[in-house]
Design a protein around this ligand. Structure first.
Ligand SMILES: [Zn+2]
Ligand SMILES: [Zn+2]
Length: 348
């Protein structure tokens, strides 16, 4: 493959990402998000100033101080890298999800016996499967995200997402490739387990409502408020709604540099896991003008080196330190037992 083939290949992948209805970054979902952002801003300005100025709204959405930053350029670079590499990762994940589903279904089969295929209610089963697989995605996302904030060597990779100093919809792609792979395998585990359980329960492989392989409940979120999670628009859900769904403001709190916001709001669409496990932070009604990023000295976090190489080095160092600590603890325990042995011998 020469340079022109590589460019053509990359352009085709990016075009597919932009124009497939089920993709994470389709122009259609961006268009609906844009409309929602315009309506939200117009409503807010009407309430505050009694009139709507479309030019001011356009300036707020296409804010040069955000779009022309090194942070935003780094997001775009990782978007291209992620979209071009995605087919390799997705291919491996489909195989993994199917393998997990087969193992779970076979385990349930051998533990609880075979179940006859359900011959009726296809639509109800399809709706039920869609909801179960969406919940499996959501739990998988929450567990993955929580682990990445709690385990130091995983945090070093996930930190790439948090070094973004400005948030735009492209920030969704600001992830280290290894972080993406880990996320994919975590999803394969949760979605594969749910698929296997459904196949055993109904005695057959069940179908769900999807567009280009993506669950429609997730796409509904993406086509409404999903892209606004990474944006400058403070749209908070409060009360009961804010305990069930994560608003754009919930996720902006997750990116905040304020220490009291660290390790809050790990979820994707649903807030219920954060609520259940005590990590939910309900956003305030007024915009607190949060700052984003991770304060670190040394390498530029928006350079290729800072985005791709440094996280691997730091993650490996962190893993090495954890292994060395575990080794030291094991040696101390062994030494302690050795010291106690003569005493127990002399007592007997
Ligand atoms: Zn995070
Ligand atoms: Zn984010």
């Amino acid at each position: 493959m020469d340079i022109y083939d590589a460019l053509r290949f990359s352009a085709a992948k990016i075009s597919n990402e932009l124009f497939s209805a089920g993709s994470i970054f389709s122009v259609y979902s961006l268009a609906t998000t844009f409309l929602i952002a315009v309506c939200a801003l117009a409503y807010r300005r009407k309430i505050r100033r009694g009139r709507v100025n479309l030019r001011a709204i356009a300036r707020a959405i296409f804010n040069k101080r955000i779009l022309l930053t090194k942070s935003c350029a780094a997001d775009v670079n990782l978007f291209v890298l992620s979209v071009v590499l995605m087919p390799v990762v997705v291919g491996a994940l489909v195989i993994s999800t199917n393998a997990v589903a087969t193992v779970v279904s076979a385990t349930l089969h051998s533990s609880f016996g075979a179940r006859a295929p359900v011959a009726c209610c296809d639509l109800s089963i399809k709706i039920f499967s869609t909801v179960v697989l969406f919940l499996a995605y959501e739990i998988g996302y929450w567990v993955d995200h929580c682990l990445k904030h709690r385990i130091p060597f995983l945090w070093e990779l996930h930190k790439v997402h948090h070094t973004a100093e400005t948030l735009t919809p492209v920030t969704n792609f600001r992830n280290h490739p290894i972080d993406n792979i880990f996320f994919g395998y975590m999803l394969a585990l949760f979605i594969g387990s749910a698929s296997g359980a459904l196949a055993w329960l109904f005695g057959k492989t069940t179908e769900s409502f999807t567009v280009d392989g993506k669950n429609i409940l997730f796409l509904l979120f993406l086509w409404t408020i999903g892209h606004l999670q990474h944006s400058l628009f403070w749209i908070p859900f409060r009360g009961v709604l804010g305990h069930i769904f994560l608003s754009p403001a919930h996720h902006q709190i997750h990116h905040s540099t304020d220490p009291q916001h660290f390790n809050r709001n790990f979820g994707s669409v649903l807030a219920i896991w954060d609520w259940m496990f005590g990590s939910l932070e309900i956003p305030s009604t007024t915009n607190p003008r949060l700052k984003y990023g991770v304060a670190e000295e040394g390498v530029d976090p928006h350079s290729s080196f800072g985005l791709l190489a440094i996280p691997i080095v730091n993650s490996a160092l962190s893993l090495w330190r954890a292994a060395a600590d575990a080794w030291n603890v094991a040696m101390e325990r062994l030494e302690q037992r050795r010291r106690e042995r003569p005493k127990s011998t002399s007592l007997s």
